[in-house]
Design a protein around this ligand. Sequence first.
Ligand SMILES: [Cu+2]
Length: 158
Amino acid sequence: MIRGVQITKIGNQSVLLLHNPYFSLALSLRSSMVDNKLLLVLVPLIVTVAGNITSSVSAIDPALSVIIPLGASSPDSGNGFFPYTLPVKAGDTVTWTNDDTALHTVTSGLPGDYNPGTEFDSSSLAPGTTFQHTFAIGGPFNYYCILHPYMTGNIVVS
Ligand SMILES: [Cu+2]
């Protein structure tokens, strides 16, 4: 099941990014004119399979999952946390998976907060690893990546 479809840029290439809790697939769109017909070709660029790295990933409920997709560390990639807003119920455990090749953090609060991470903080989350937090009470919970403050998201607990 594909949960996310994005068109983004990696370097100077336009890339179609497909991701779900189990893998990320980046496809480069190439076009050329052949016999006056437009030929479009999708070329696989990068595939990461989170399940190969941590066996616990296969047990993640997709409805309680947030992905950090490939390229998330680039400020103009448009790839932050996916989905940006995740609705859950009190008592649910949310899993964040770092499908990027860079370190990230999942830190409660908003960029610029004096004392971030009071609700939850993954600290440095290595590529291919996961972080979990159980939300006991309702409310909106903002969070961001301390290393890339343009990466923000929120969990809405009902
Ligand atoms: Cu980050």
